[in-house]
Design a protein around this ligand. Structure first.
Ligand SMILES: *Cc1c(COP(=O)(O)O)cnc(C)c1O
Length: 569
């Protein structure tokens, strides 16, 4: 058996998981998840046989590309993707045993091609917060350094190198090339290409694979001064870029709007993804690229595997230096981002906590109760105490406050139409709803959200429930809200309809319902979920606790803020 070169023999195989990805949600390779410009597809459809049978011609495309980049035609070299660009720079400038500096963690191909050239690799660790280790890199540059390999923005961290730091490196590295891989420059909005006229040791690499969405066609290029480009040309095979890539690249350059829109979309989705992951207690790193690196802690493997089982591919980067427990997620469209967020939530949180709103999460003694009192007094011209209202409520069977008000009016010997009652209660409620108090502490709610799927099942109309949740700035923490409007009149609590609807929407079954009435407890029991009683502030009847227990409450708590003690039981 003939052995390969010694340097190659010592190398590990680089084996990215590239197969069986089509049709899945590909958030693993930082491709453009919006695809490519329709103009590219159109141009490729119109191809003729000569364009296939003849060797490729590059002149016209180079003209267009350099005019897009504002460069001279002698400052560019087309390559078979950025990968070949990296390789050709190394095979042009590196002899066996020569020194290169590669920060870590970074793009894997730097190491692959450097090893292949037999280079002596100096690895410089990124800072702990994954910012670029400028000082350390500067310290390591010597007269023996041949190439410094940098990615900006960096992959897989997404973090960037500031221009002033790049300049420091270019100035110190008098005897070495500084290669900057700018695969994600459109997302960053910055390139160092203007510096090539000032620094003859600067080499920049860009690609059509990412923002332009042409990864499958393999089209990249090197930007540098004329002398460097001339040398690289000697080392590269003359037709390494094929005709289809040229046709596609030309069409892509005619639709820069497509790229602008993708960049904008990615920016918007990034904000959402960061925010949603943060709510789940997952740390992300500041990224200027079309992906986010996120630390999932001990759960990372489970998240990775379960996402995969759901057809969502992300990249496991946990074996890289400094990236323990980290996964890299490519940013996609609104729907794609929502899909991955929903899936992650679903994977990290299995149990469901459902809450009644009034009396449990919100103290309504100064809003709904006042509205009931005033309505009864307005129609009956008799005074009624809060105790009297609460007593009747505790008896159960009043699904909402209108039923309760009607019953109180009847009890006082008056008869008023349901329509009038509803209108009046509503009127008084709107006047008093500013006085409602949110009961569950924000810190506790945030912590609950990280561990459980949360939902509300209430007899309130949707508008009134949403108003309160938004006003108290807690609407973001509830995954589902089931209101009076979602439940047919005959299916109100104690019917399990509302609770079952919430469970359906949350795709959960292991659940607990927190309520303050007998009906709440029965609804939970009827839905087959655990029932926990919460004594409302307005509770008067000494035996509400035992009534709730009798109705099926496993436990009755005095204050919703004791929830963690209860859940641990
Ligand atoms: C994706 C990527 C490349 C590869 O680009 P191709 O043009 O597809 O070869 C190069 N460098 C970095 C940093 C990348 O993330």
């Amino acid at each position: 058996m003939i052995k390969p070169r010694k340097t190659l023999e010592a190398m590990k195989e680089y084996d990215p998981p590239l197969e069986k990805r089509k049709g899945k949600l590909r958030l693993d390779f930082n491709e453009n998840t919006l695809g490519c410009s329709p103009k590219v597809i159109k141009a490729l459809r119109e191809i003729n046989s000569e364009e296939i049978s003849a060797y490729p011609e590059y002149g016209k495309f180079i003209k267009n590309l350099t005019s897009y980049l504002n460069l001279s035609e002698r400052e560019i070299l087309l390559t078979n993707g950025a990968d070949e660009a990296i390789q050709v720079v190394m095979s042009t400038y590196l002899d066996k045993g020569e020194e290169v500096i590669i920060p870590a963690p970074t793009f894997a191909m730097f190491q692959v091609y450097a090893s292949l050239s037999g280079a002596k690799i100096t690895s410089v660790l990124y800072n702990g917060d994954l910012s670029f280790p400028t000082k350390e890199v500067l310290k390591r540059i010597t007269t023996n350094t041949r190439i410094i390999l940098l990615a900006n923005p960096n992959n897989p961290t997404g973090t960037v190198i500031r221009e002033e730091d790049l300049i420091k490196i270019l100035e110190k590295a008098q005897n070495s090339l500084v290669l900057i891989d700018e695969a994600y420059w459109q997302y960053y909005g910055k390139s160092a290409k203007e510096l090539i006229s000032k620094y003859d040791n600067l080499v920049i690499i860009q690609t059509f694979s990412k923002a332009f969405g042409l990864a499958g066609l393999r089209l990249g290029y090197v930007i540098s001064n004329e002398a460097v480009i001339k040398n690289l040309k000697k080392a590269i095979s003359p037709y390494s870029v094929n005709s289809l890539a040229i046709i596609a690249g030309s069409a892509a350059l005619e639709d820069l709007n497509f790229v602008d829109n993708c960049v904008k979309e990615v920016k918007e989705r990034k904000i959402i993804l960061i925010r949603e992951l943060k709510k789940l207690g997952i740390k992300t790193y500041p990224s200027k690229a079309n992906f986010l690196l996120a630390n999932f802690g001990k759960q990372y493997k489970k998240v990775y595997e379960e996402l995969k089982a759901r057809g969502i591919l992300v990249r496991d980067r946990s074996s890289y230096p400094l990236l323990k427990n980290c996964l890299r997620i490519t940013l996609g469209t609104k729907e794609q981002t929502k899909k991955v967020v929903t899936a992650i939530k679903d994977i990290l949180r299995v149990r469901v906590l459902l809450f009644d709103l009034d009396g449990v999460l919100v103290d309504v003694s100064k809003s709904y109760r006042v509205a009931i009192k005033k309505t009864v007094e307005c129609f009956t011209k008799q005074r009624i105490s809060f105790e009297e209202i609460q007593k009747l409520k505790e008896k159960g069977n009043y699904n909402n406050d209108w039923d309760l008000t009607e019953a109180l009016i009847t009890k006082k010997g008056s008869k008023v139409s349901r329509k009038k009652i509803t209108k009046k209660v509503q009127e008084f409620y709107l006047k008093n709803r500013e006085n409602e108090k949110w009961l569950l502490k924000k810190k506790i709610l945030e912590e609950l959200y990280r561990k459980y799927k949360l939902g509300i099942v209430t007899g309130r109309p949707r508008e009134e429930a949403e108003f309160t949740l938004k006003k108290k700035r807690v609407n973001d923490y509830f995954d589902v809200l089931v209101t009076l409007d979602d439940i047919p009149p005959e299916k109100q609590k104690p019917d399990p309809y509302g609770i079952k609807l919430a469970l359906d929407r949350l795709k959960g079954s292991d659940a607990v319902y927190f309520g303050d009435t007998i009906d709440d407890m029965e609804a939970a029991k009827n839905a087959g979920v655990g029932a926990i009683g919460v004594l409302p502030f307005s509770a008067v009847s000494q035996n509400l606790k035992s009534l709730l227990k009798k109705a099926g409450a496993k436990l009755v708590m005095d204050d919703i803020n004791q929830i963690f003690e209860v859940l641990e039981k």
